[in-house]
Design a protein around this ligand. Structure first.
Ligand SMILES: *Cc1c(COP(=O)(O)O)cnc(C)c1O
Length: 367
C-alpha cells in the first residue's frame, strides 16, 4: 500500500497516526465488541468519547469556561444561516468583512434571510488579493455583530490580526468568525470572539461535523420561529445530541485533538511547523520564473497556497506529472483556475518538501 501526498482543500488529509488508530479500533472499540459507528450516541462509551473530545479541544484552544462547544452538522455553510438566526433576535443588522468567495456566501445568505447585510469593509475592488486593515472597517450604527472569514480557502488569504468589532458610537459588538480552514493551525485568543465555527473537513477531521464555539451570553439572542435544530441554546442544553450527531466524525475529531496534544505537542508547536511549511513553499514560488502567487505578502495564507503557472499551457501537464509523482489534488478551485496546494495541519513537512522539489524539477524540464 502506498499513501500519496494529498493537497486537497477539503475533505483534506488526515494524520496517518489517526488513521492507524481508527483502523486498530475499527471493528472492536476497546473490547466493546462493536465499532464506534455502530454504537448508540447515548451509550456510556460514546458519551465518554464525546466528553473527551470536548475536553481536549478546550485544552488545545484554551477555551474559557463561559463558552459552550457544540458538535453539530450541516457544514460550515449551514452556519451562514444559523449565525444570523441565533444572533439577530433582538434586531440590528449583520455586518461583514467581504474578503472572497466564502465571506460572500455568508453575506448573501444573511441578505437572503433578513433582507439586509452591511459590508463593513471589502477587498473586492483590489480583486480580493489583500485583506482589509482595521482602519478600513466601518460598522453600521445598528450592527448586531461582525462576521469575518479568518482564512479564505479559495483565494488563499489569511488575516494576520483579529479585528475589533466596534460600532461608530464606540460600543462593541460580538465578533463572529468562520474559521473552517485555519482553526487549530496555531494558538488562538478565543475570548476575543462571540462565535467561532468551523466545518471539520479541513483541520479537524472528516466531513459531516461542524464545531461551534459560542459565548454564553449569546445563547439567548435567537429569532423566534427559527428552525429548532439550528438553535445554539438547544444544542448546548442537549449536549449536541438533540438529534443523532455525526458520531464517527466526532470520534475521529477527538483522535485528531489527541494527536495535536500528544504527538505534535500542542498548538504552539503546530504553528511553528505550519509557518515553516508555508515559508518554504512561498519562497520556492517567489524564486521561480514559472510559478507566481498574487496575494499581498502580509495576507498570504499558511493553509492554502494558490499559484499559477506563468505559461498556462503547461497547467494540465503539471497536474498530470504531479499526480504521477504521487502529489494529489493540486488543481485550483474551479472558480479561479491555476493550482492550489492546501497544506493543513495533517500535511507533513515531508509532503511540502516533495512538492517543492517536484516543482523545481518540472520548471527545469518544461519551464
Ligand atoms: C470549506 C469552507 C466552507 C464550507 O464548508 P461546508 O462544510 O462545505 O459547508 C465555508 N467556509 C470556509 C472558510 C471553508 O473553507
Amino acid at each position: 500500500m502506498t499513501r500519496h501526498f494529498n493537497f486537497c482543500a477539503g475533505p483534506a488529509a488526515m494524520p496517518i497516526a489517526v488513521l492507524d488508530r481508527a483502523c486498530n479500533e475499527m471493528k472492536d472499540y476497546r473490547e466493546c465488541g462493536l465499532s464506534v459507528m455502530e454504537m448508540s450516541h447515548r451509550s456510556s462509551e460514546f458519551m465518554a468519547i464525546a466528553e473527551q473530545a470536548e475536553k481536549d479541544l478546550r485544552e488545545l484552544l484554551e477555551i474559557p469556561e463561559n463558552y459552550r462547544v457544540l458538535f453539530t452538522q450541516g457544514g460550515a455553510s449551514l452556519q451562514f444561516s444559523a449565525v444570523p438566526y441565533n444572533l439577530l433576535g433582538q434586531g440590528g443588522t449583520a455586518n461583514f468583512l467581504d474578503t472572497g468567495i466564502w465571506s460572500r456566501k455568508a453575506i448573501d445568505e444573511a441578505q437572503r434571510l433578513f433582507g439586509a447585510a452591511h459590508v463593513a469593509a471589502s477587498s473586492q475592488a483590489g480583486g480580493y488579493q489583500s485583506l482589509p486593515r482595521q482602519e478600513d472597517i466601518v460598522l453600521s450604527e445598528d450592527a448586531a455583530y461582525l462576521h469575518y472569514t479568518s482564512n479564505e480557502t479559495i483565494g488563499g488569504l489569511e488575516f494576520d490580526y483579529i479585528p475589533h468589532a466596534v460600532r461608530p458610537d464606540g460600543s462593541e459588538v460580538p465578533l463572529v468568525c468562520d474559521m473552517s480552514s485555519n482553526i487549530l493551525s496555531g494558538p488562538l485568543d478565543v475570548s476575543r470572539f462571540g462565535v467561532i465555527y468551523a466545518g471539520a473537513q479541513k483541520n479537524i477531521g472528516p466531513a459531516g461535523l461542524v464545531v461551534v464555539i459560542v459565548r454564553d451570553d449569546l445563547l439567548n439572542q435567537a429569532c423566534a420561529g427559527m428552525p429548532s435544530l439550528l438553535g445554539y441554546q438547544a444544542l448546548a442544553k442537549g449536549g449536541s445530541m438533540v438529534n443523532t450527531p455525526a458520531t464517527y466524525s466526532w470520534y475521529l475529531a477527538g483522535l485528531v485533538f489527541q494527536w495535536l496534544k500528544n504527538e505534535v505537542g500542542g498548538l504552539d508547536a503546530m504553528e511553528a511547523i505550519n509557518a515553516r511549511k508555508a515559508e518554504k513553499l512561498y519562497s520556492a514560488i517567489d524564486k521561480s520564473r514559472l510559478y507566481a502567487n498574487p496575494v499581498a505578502l502580509a495576507n498570504r495564507s499558511r493553509m492554502n497556497v494558490p499559484f499559477v503557472l506563468t505559461d498556462e499551457r503547461l497547467d494540465s501537464l503539471f497536474l498530470q506529472e504531479a499526480e504521477a509523482a504521487g502529489l494529489l489534488n493540486l488543481k485550483g478551485h474551479r472558480s479561479v483556475g491555476g493550482m492550489r496546494a492546501s497544506i493543513y495541519n495533517a500535511v507533513s513537512e515531508q509532503a511540502v518538501d516533495a512538492l517543492i522539489s517536484f516543482m523545481a524539477d518540472f520548471e527545469q524540464r518544461r519551464g
